[in-house]
Design a binder for this molecule. Structure first.
Ligand SMILES: *[C@@H]1O[C@H](CO)[C@@H](O)[C@H](O)[C@H]1NC(C)=O
Ligand SMILES: *[C@@H]1O[C@H](CO)[C@@H](O)[C@H](O)[C@H]1NC(C)=O
Length: 429
């Protein structure tokens, strides 16, 4: 950095802290920082999850592996100079398959305006547009109810309208939730002075879910009400130096408590190449396994459920059952459970009802897919496993970027509650 740059940086930091001090000074009415709550929904057509955080009630698609917030912008919007530090930050983490634009379009009367890359995790397409700032709103929460509305600004990338293809109709863009500095949770933490931590309770289609950004408790209605984040189990979050997605350390997979034989190292993350490992994605409808892992797991699942009458394979699934042949339990269809055996000895258990999905009135299928058959996986660099949305629905999952750990509740139906039980009626402080 040149010395004039350093001086400019110091001056802008001084100006920023002065502004902050002024803002704090007249802020008697400013409520104390609290985490924020957004309502989540699942789009049945695309199996993507949306959050209501956009200015004006629009929806953004959740993308756990996404580095940025992006949306379509009005013709008149603020631009950010190419030389701004945030322009450099926004252009890091760009996808291997997206062209690099280096943040210049020369518009705006010759002044260089920063542009950045927006990525659609469903279609695999890239788009380019100005970097801008948007106003977002959500409710502050005590973890039980919404309390009062808060507005905050966020740096976002403008995307061309066609980039919305393959997303649920009516959404405005995508909220990247990854560990990259301009992801929604990290911008919320910086703007609202809350913890770098967020909780997702993904709903099934037709029901509400909830996300809380900024830490704090997470209550669900039940008899009696449950503070679900108190009873999570945790495993370290792993970083892939090649992307900003979240990974966890899985040492083995088991079906009905019998470990599935896999090639040695099949699940490990290669820090050098950034390949392999077990990533988590809200833009992947069903957990996707690399072909060499998919086949033995599917065969083990088929063997463990050999007694149940089969139905013809359908869609991306190649192991289906007659629904009437599967015993029905309080928590859903009974099949076989799958343990993700975690580094450290504990398990994230996918119970039988989450291991299958009802595809029609008459059939349910093994809800894992062969990654080899997926055109554009939502996480780059060929993970061995991408844990998908269906297996996280009606679970509370917490991404704690303060302690670098991942917390999970297991299927909430097991304790007589579900994500749809979040109480969205206005609370009082
Ligand atoms: C805040 O919560 C209330 C009550 O659920 C809801 O009507 C309102 O839309 C929420 N506001 C925002 C910005 O999400
Ligand atoms: C984890 O799962 C494996 C395979 O099902 C099982 O052998 C082991 O006992 C489980 N560990 C714990 C702590 O439950």
């Amino acid at each position: 950095m040149s010395s004039s740059c350093k001086i400019a940086l110091v001056l802008s930091l001084l100006a920023a802290s002065l502004l902050c001090a002024l803002a704090a000074g007249d802020g008697q009415h400013r409520p104390p920082s609290k985490p924020i709550l957004t309502r989540l929904a699942k789009d049945p057509a695309t199996s993507l999850y949306t959050a209501s955080v956009k200015n004006g009630g629009g929806q953004l698609v959740l993308d756990l592996a996404g580095p940025l917030v992006w949306s379509t912008c009005p013709g008149q919007h603020r631009t950010i100079p190419c030389g701004a530090g945030v322009c450099t930050v926004a252009n890091r983490n760009h996808r291997p398959n997206c062209q690099y634009t280096a943040g210049s379009n020369g518009g705006d009367g010759g002044r260089c305006a920063c542009s950045s890359t927006a990525y659609n995790p469903a279609s695999g397409q890239c788009g380019y547009g100005d970097l801008t700032t948007v106003q977002l709103s959500a409710n502050a929460t005590d973890g039980k109810n919404p309390l009062f509305q808060v507005w905050f600004s966020a740096v976002a990338s403008c995307a061309p309208q066609p980039l919305l293809g393959s997303l649920p109709s009516g959404v405005a863009g995508v909220a990247g939730l990854s560990r990259a500095p301009l992801s929604l949770p990290l911008q919320v933490a910086a703007q609202l002075k809350v913890e770098k931590k967020f909780a997702l309770c993904l709903p099934t289609a037709g029901s509400d879910g909830a996300a809380i950004f900024g830490g704090g408790p997470f209550w669900l209605q039940a008899a009696p009400p449950q503070q679900v984040s108190d009873r999570l189990r945790y495993t370290p979050l792993l970083k892939n130096p090649k992307n900003s997605a979240y990974y966890i350390g899985v040492t083995g997979l088991a079906v009905n408590n019998v470990q599935v034989p896999l090639p040695p190292g099949a699940l490990s993350l290669s820090a050098r190449q950034g390949t392999g490992g077990v990533a988590v994605s809200t833009a992947t409808p069903y957990t996707a396994l690399r072909s060499d892992i998919y086949r033995p797991v599917r065969d083990a699942f088929a063997a463990a459920t050999a007694g149940f009458a089969r139905a013809p394979a359908t869609g991306p699934f190649d192991l289906c059952y007659q629904k009437s042949a599967l015993p029905s339990t309080r928590i859903g269809l009974y099949t076989a459970s799958i343990d993700l055996m975690l580094a450290g000895g504990q398990n994230w258990t996918i119970v039988g009802s989450s291991a299958v999905v009802e595809v029609s009135q008459a059939a349910a299928c093994f809800a894992f897919v062969d990654m080899g058959a997926t055109a554009t996986p939502a996480v780059d660099h060929s993970p061995a496993v991408i844990i998908g949305g269906h297996q996280m629905e009606d679970n509370l999952v917490v991404f704690d970027l303060e302690k670098w750990q991942f917390g999970f509740s297991g299927l909430l139906l097991g304790t007589m509650t579900r994500c749809g039980n979040f109480d969205f009626s206005m609370g009082s402080q």
